[in-house]
Design a protein around this ligand. Structure first.
Ligand SMILES: [Mg+2]
Ligand SMILES: [Zn+2]
Length: 203
């Protein structure tokens, strides 16, 4: 989708993006939101942008996460981060060869269809290369928010990278990631003419 246009929806990866990654987590008590996560998602809600979750949960296929446990963990995610308009979850493992496990586009396509929007008008925000690849495969815009475990190659391959969810939402809503730049007073020049600052040009 063209940048600068408000997206039809923003789809978030869950683990390592909305909440800290606890591998194969089946315990709602271990769910912890990333700093600033709630505020970032709330900004999209207030802007009228539908929000969703697209999450690989291969622990289900491996028998490490029961369906009720998955439901309980997801419910806890909503308690901490607020309600999401759609959840699309892949319970499969690589061996299943499904069409939904990221980097396949299935989850993104399914979430977009559930919201009645075109995947090409959606943004996907995630913490690893699989998220960005799934976005690309679905025709959506991908934004990588790396964590300590994100590989340098994944960062290099991502078209867009943001430092955290707040910065990613800044990109989505078309605002500068550094508000200080636009709050600088206009430069004064001899003769009193006002010239544009870099921030004003960019905004
Ligand atoms: Mg993740
Ligand atoms: Zn799947």
């Amino acid at each position: 989708m063209p940048h600068g246009k408000r997206p039809a929806a923003v789809l978030f990866d869950r683990d390592g993006t909305l909440v800290h990654d606890v591998p194969y987590n089946n315990d709602p008590e271990l769910v912890e939101a990333v700093p600033g996560g709630r505020a970032a998602v709330d900004r999209l809600r207030r802007a009228g942008v539908p929000v969703g979750v697209v999450s690989n949960q291969s622990g289900v296929a491996r028998g490490l996460i029961g369906p009720r446990e998955l439901e309980a963990v997801n419910a806890r995610v909503e308690e901490l981060l607020g309600p999401f308009d759609v959840w699309a979850i892949c319970p499969h493992d690589d061996a299943d060869g499904c069409a939904c496990r990221k980097p396949a586009p299935g989850l993104v396509l399914r979430a977009a269809a559930a919201l009645g929007v075109d995947a090409r008008d959606c943004v996907v925000i995630g913490d690893i290369g699989r998220d960005v690849e799934a976005a690309r495969a679905a025709g959506a815009r991908g934004i990588l928010v790396p964590t300590a475990v994100t590989l340098p190659g994944e960062v290099a391959a991502a078209g867009e990278v943001a430092a955290d969810l707040a910065a990613a939402v800044d990109l989505v809503l078309g605002r500068t990631a550094e508000p200080a730049a636009v709050e600088r007073p206009p430069l004064a020049v001899p003769g009193g003419e006002k010239i544009q600052t870099a921030g004003e040009v960019a905004s």
